[in-house]
Write a protein that binds this ligand. Structure first.
Ligand code: PMP
Length: 332
């Protein structure tokens, strides 16, 4: 597929997707199966969310939900916000993002750099109350003429973007020889979309949920409910069931502790040369555990690396932050 820069929409749209699928040599050497990494951190804005931001905005323009010069509104302080800010800026839309005041200053500065307006909300506001960041986005969208509320947690185009791009890219890269696909769930777009596509092509493909210990999602797959508790990996796992989450599409769930996720991030950096965020460590740690339990002839197991490690400089790549959180024996 062409990577030519579109003069109309800027480089962002032209560079999204077609990310490399790379073999994890050092980690695979310990296993009978081969682990592969889908390098979503190599999207232009540094995360898997470039795919959905680009697709959801293109489709909203196509069907008239977002008009030329209209305002894009979303509740997110994370990667979706960065991707929407960039896509919006290059397409000439105002972008308003609401987020909790827990989000660090670096992320807010990055959003401002792209010209997005950021509305900071009190993280103590109860879900459903007027001051909660999700309600605030709805209010802003309702009060702003020509606005479009993206709604990534309920927007089926989030899944569709991965069904059309991420899934087919993986299938093609391995000539259809995919044994398992492993990813965490934030909204569920990646796992449901790419996993759904791969299972449709080959019903024997295992679709594996990588879930942080403390999230309730693995319990929804296994039928063994878990008591939610907080954890440090960002962007995946949940204490509620996201609207796009379909446990029936998932064949296996693997629970991963913060320690295992971050240990794997440091291994990926030092042994494979991949600098990625905590959810990537969680996916690869889950893929490795899954590989150890998978009988049968050697197969290909694909894990998603959703975001660049530069988003985690103040957290998992800071030795003092790790020490503060008792993560001191990660092999350094
Ligand atoms: N990793 C990170 C860092 C994320 O921000 C997200 C999305 N919240 C995910 C993984 C999960 O992606 P999805 O929303 O497609 O389930």
């Amino acid at each position: 597929m062409s990577r030519a820069i579109s003069p109309v929409r800027g480089a962002v749209a032209g560079l999204v997707g077609n990310t490399p699928l790379t073999r994890l040599s050092a980690i695979s050497a310990e296993l009978t199966h081969t682990l592969w990494a889908k390098c979503e951190f190599m999207n232009p804005l540094g995360s898997v969310k470039d795919r959905i931001a680009n697709f959801m905005i293109e489709e909203a323009v196509r069907d008239g939900q977002l008009r030329p010069g209209g305002t894009i509104v979303e509740a997110t302080g994370g990667n979706t916000g960065v991707a929407l800010a960039a896509v919006g800026a290059t397409r000439g839309h105002r972008v308003v993002l609401t987020m909790s005041d827990k989000i660090g200053p670096d992320k807010v500065a990055l959003l401002h750099a792209w010209g997005a307006e950021v509305v900071i909300c009190d993280h103590r506001a109860a879900a459903g109350s007027d001051h909660h960041f999700v309600s605030m986005a709805r209010t802003i969208a309702a009060e702003t003429p020509d606005s479009y509320l993206v709604g990534q947690f309920d927007n089926p185009r989030n899944v569709e973007a991965h069904r059309r791009t991420t899934g087919p890219e993986i299938y093609a890269a391995l000539d259809g020889h995919v044994g398992a696909f492993v990813a965490g769930v934030g909204t569920g777009g990646t796992l449901m979309g790419a996993g759904g596509y791969l299972r449709q092509r080959d019903p024997a493909v295992r679709v594996v949920l990588a879930d942080p210990a403390g999230s309730i999602l693995a319990g929804a797959v296994t039928g063994e409910p878990v008591e939610p508790h907080s954890y440090l990996v960002e962007g995946i796992g949940s204490d509620f069931l996201p609207g796009l989450f379909e446990p029936s599409l998932i064949t296996d769930a693997v629970t991963v502790t913060d320690h295992e996720s971050f240990f794997m991030c440091l291994r990926l950096q030092r042994e494979e040369g991949l600098f990625v965020g905590g959810s990537a460590g969680c996916a690869v740690a889950a893929a490795r555990k899954f590989a150890e339990t998978l009988d049968g002839p050697p197969t290909n197991i694909v894990a998603v690396l959703p975001e660049t490690g530069t988003r985690a400089m103040a957290t998992l790549y800071s030795a003092s932050w790790r020490a503060q959180h008792g993560l001191t024996d990660l092999g350094e």
